[in-house]
Design a binder for this molecule. Sequence first.
Ligand code: G2H
Length: 249
Amino acid sequence: MRRILVAGNWKMHGSLAMVDELISALVSGSSTDESADLAVFPPFPYLDRVRNLLQDTGIAWGGQTLNPVAQGAYTGEVSASMLLDLGCSMVLVGHSERRALFGESDEDVAVRFDAAHKSGLQPVLCVGETLEEREAGITEQVVGRQIDAVIGRYGIQAFAQAIVAYEPVWAIGTGKTASPDQAQAVHAFIRDKLSGADGIIGGQIRILYGGSVNGSNAADLFAQDDIDGGLVGGASLKAGEFLAIRDAA
Ligand code: G2H
């Protein structure tokens, strides 16, 4: 049985005051026996504050990206061990904004995925097609290629502790959500692909949907067989909305 995970990707939003307010509201609105797991991915400078506020609450936290190198002259970058120092248990890799705005190729993403996995962080591999790719009928080809970039280099076992997030680029921050059927079709494709390589890993892995998830559309999405939760951007910045998504699980 896969537990629903509702994960908040704050992107480059927030302030110390907002962190305190949002996390306090999440903590008071949660208990450890919820039917869904919660996680947040704040900007790096707030991770220490989030750690102090979330310790022993059952809510997990993680980084939005990482540099795959252990340490060195990489100005502005953050390594897996630094995230671990701040109590992170997870890290996003290959979010479409990293791919599109910061030039991360499939190979760059795979190397980051491997660095996270080897360090003990749980990688959340983000995959998804653009509108042009969907309209060209190559969604499965694109998502398959993004997943194969990891399997081809590191093998299916790299996915044993991982999470996949399917985020159609055309649905991110646009208010356009993939319909539950559209999302389910791609989630089933991803699960079949992973199951084809290893049935146990494919059956157990959580596949989150991301792209304009909110309190109103979450229940229909989470009701799909292969949707195991959400990676939530804008709606994760409002405690009430984020908890409403959790309650939809
Ligand atoms: C997709 C998602 C969070 P939003 O990027 O990863 O953002 O929910 O704002 O579309």
